[in-house]
Each structure stands twice: as structure tokens, then as C-alpha cells.
Design a protein around this ligand. Structure first.
Ligand code: UDP
Ligand code: MG
Length: 319
């Protein structure tokens, strides 16, 4: 049984695969812990699963899980977490080496001090301006809106204890925002600053749609503020309508005839049509999540598990 599992979701990562394995190999052979890597293929359409299979068959320190299709980063990560056997800790990193695997020892030193969650906080990002700005804005909005404290600028890159993994695995949430769930769990948590590297090879696998889905899952799973905004603005609208009515009535009593504005009427009608549509949409976001949740579908489907038996000594002449 390993002390530590490293969980890595992979989606079309053939370009960075060799580099990743190279860095992990170094880490595995220099570390004083016994480490097993769990690679999760999230329905890649390139050579990733083939490379994973080759690796797992020849090296018992790497286990591969192949999902039946692309279920998305958070679900792939959940699949990996469900396969964890390590008693001490689980290290979660991305495949593209933006999260340096070499930080394991430093993170483990905090785990040994009794922290259940050691999460990484990005000091600086080496990504394009748009993505940086979008992330910055998102984490700050999230911080204002969510009913639990989700640390700013921390992603999934973290080291978590076995009991945190078990709790995450027991949480049946369908739309998973793992960094939020991780904060929600509690225990002792600490953030460590690090410099986020550039993706070492290949392109980002987070399309704009996927990025927005993640952001929406974060907000609608950890905040009731959007609904509160609707209620509050509804009340404000009613109050202002009443105020306007009073004003018109008083004006009529004092001055007699009041000319009414057609443009104003049209403007208000369109405005409130829009507000109502947005409000319905916001409620829809919650209903949608209830809808998917009650279906109670599995979060992912595993097509195959690949692992080789640990061999202490391989005699080359026999093969
Ligand atoms: N990933 C995944 N499924 C997806 C998209 C991404 O498993 O549908 C993995 C990807 O292989 C990588 C991690 O999630 O290991 C983070 O993706 P990426 O580095 O492309 O995101 P970015 O750093 O650009 O936000
Ligand atoms: Mg990346």
C-alpha cells in the first residue's frame, strides 16, 4: 500500500506525457515516501490512453483509469480520488506541469504537522491576459458571493489527507466544484504560495465553455446571492413603482392634467421584460442543478483499469 497517491486527470495530453513521466520518475525515485500515481484518462482522442497503458503495464508505480468518454476535469479528478488507496495523503496535480510535482515534499511537511488540506496559492500566472483577468475577476466575485470561504487564487493543486478524500468521495454532488467542496469540509487547512509555471507542452484543454461551466458551478453551488439579488431587486422595483404612482397622483391633484410619456412606458416595459428573463434564467440555473442531481447518474464511467503487478526483480534474460 502506498503512503501517497498522486492523482492526475489527462485529456489529450500526449504532447506533455513524456515530460510528465520524466518529472514524476525523478520524484518517485528520490522520495522517501512510497508513491503510486493514478492517471485518469478523461476520454482523450489522441495517444494519451495508449501511452498510459504502456506505462502502467511496465511500471507498477503508475496505475491508469480510462473513462468511457470525456466527463470533464472535475469528474475525472473525482474518478481518480475514488481509486485512492494511500493511507497518508493524496497529491492532486495537472498533467501539463503547471503545478510542479517537486513541491510534494514541502506540502507533506505541512501534512505531517497535522494539516488536512495543503492547497497551493498562485503567486503569479503565466497565462494570457484574458484568462488571467477572467480568473482574477471570478475568484473575487466568488469570494464576495459564496457562503463559505474559498481561498482566492487556489485551484485543485493540493495535498489532502485520507479523511478529506473519503469525505469528498462520500459527497454525491453532481456538479462538482472540488476546490469549493474541499474548503467546505473544514479541518485544518493552509495555503502555500507558489509560482504557477507555463503549460509545458500542448494547448490548454479548458475551452471557454468548460471554463464558464466551472465558474457557474462554483457560484451556483456555493452561493444563494443570485436568488437574493432577484428578490431584492423585485422589492426595489415595487417600491419605485409605488413611489412613482404616488408622485403622479399628487401631481394630478395639484396641477390637474398630467401628460404621460409613451417613451417612458416603452422603456420601462422592455427593461422589466429583460429583468424578468434574467431572473427566470437565474432560477433556472438552480433548478437545472436540482434536475441533474435527482437523476442521480454516476459522475463518470470507467472503461478500464490498467495496472501491473509489482515485481521486485525483473530478470531480463527470461523475457
Ligand atoms: N482536463 C481533463 N478533462 C477536460 C479538460 C481538462 O481531465 O475535459 C485536464 C487536463 O488534461 C489537465 C487539467 O485538466 O491535466 C487542467 O487542464 P488545463 O491545463 O488544460 O487547464 P488550464 O491550466 O489551461 O486552465
Ligand atoms: Mg494547465
Amino acid at each position: 500500500m502506498p503512503n501517497i497517491n498522486v492523482v492526475i486527470p489527462m485529456y489529450n495530453e500526449e504532447a506533455v506525457f513524456a515530460q510528465l513521466v520524466d518529472r514524476l520518475d525523478k520524484l518517485l525515485s528520490n522520495s522517501s515516501f512510497s508513491i503510486e500515481v493514478i492517471l485518469v484518462d478523461d476520454g482523450s482522442t489522441d495517444q494519451t490512453p495508449v501511452l498510459m497503458r504502456q506505462l502502467s503495464l511496465k511500471d507498477s508505480r503508475y496505475k491508469s483509469i480510462i473513462l468511457s468518454r470525456n466527463f470533464g476535469h472535475q469528474n475525472a479528478l473525482s474518478a481518480g480520488l475514488n481509486e485512492v488507496e494511500a493511507e497518508q495523503a493524496v497529491f492532486i496535480i495537472d498533467a501539463d506541469l503547471q503545478d510542479p510535482p517537486e513541491l510534494l515534499d514541502e506540502f507533506m511537511s505541512y501534512r505531517e504537522k497535522g494539516y488536512d488540506v495543503v492547497y497551493a496559492v498562485r503567486e503569479n500566472r503565466k497565462e494570457n491576459l484574458f484568462k488571467r483577468a477572467a480568473y482574477r475577476a471570478f475568484y473575487r466575485i466568488m469570494d464576495k458571493m459564496s457562503y463559505i470561504k474559498i481561498p482566492i487564487d487556489s485551484g485543485d493543486f493540493s495535498l489532502i489527507s485520507r479523511r478529506v478524500v473519503d469525505t469528498l468521495n462520500d459527497m454525491p454532488e453532481e456538479s462538482r466544484f472540488l476546490r469549493g467542496m474541499r474548503s467546505w469540509i473544514g479541518f485544518r487547512q493552509i495555503g502555500l504560495p507558489y509560482n504557477r509555471a507555463e503549460r509545458q507542452a500542448g494547448e490548454s484543454k479548458y475551452s471557454l465553455t468548460k471554463l464558464f461551466k466551472l465558474a457557474f458551478d462554483g457560484i451556483f453551488n456555493f452561493s444563494e446571492i443570485p436568488i437574493k439579488i432577484i428578490t431584492t431587486s423585485g422589492l426595489l422595483v415595487i417600491l419605485s413603482a409605488l413611489a412613482y404612482l404616488t408622485y403622479v397622483v399628487i401631481k394630478k391633484v395639484i396641477f390637474g392634467n398630467v401628460p404621460e410619456g409613451f417613451t417612458g412606458l416603452l422603456f420601462v416595459t422592455i427593461l422589466f421584460g429583460g429583468i424578468q428573463l434574467v431572473s427566470l434564467g437565474l432560477i433556472g440555473e438552480y433548478v437545472l442543478r436540482i434536475f441533474f442531481q435527482v437523476k442521480n447518474r454516476p459522475l463518470y464511467i470507467i472503461k478500464e483499469r490498467i495496472r501491473s503487478e509489482p515485481i521486485e526483480h525483473v530478470d531480463e534474460t527470461l523475457s
